[in-house]
Ligand binder design. Sequence first.
Ligand SMILES: [Zn+2]
Length: 98
Amino acid sequence: MEMDAYDDGVHWLVWCDHCICWHGHGRGPGDRGAHCHFEDSPYRANGYVLRYAGRFTKEIEQAHAAEVREAQRVYRRWVSKGGRGTWGHVWAEHLAAE
Ligand SMILES: [Zn+2]
């Protein structure tokens, strides 16, 4: 699995569509272990391969800001209901319900 990575000068940042957040890695292309927070992430088993996609800009960060807010909202609601199930399960259900 190849992933676009953006250079912020310190790390290469990868948008994880499973965790709905940025994962930071050491700079440079190639294989990485996934920094996923959830055990059911499909990236956990084999990691992914970073591919340079340019500088990390405010515009790129903003492009995902709405998803981050939505994920935080879903996550808080999930926890308030007792937090049963895995994150991947909760997020898939949320998307299916839209
Ligand atoms: Zn992840």
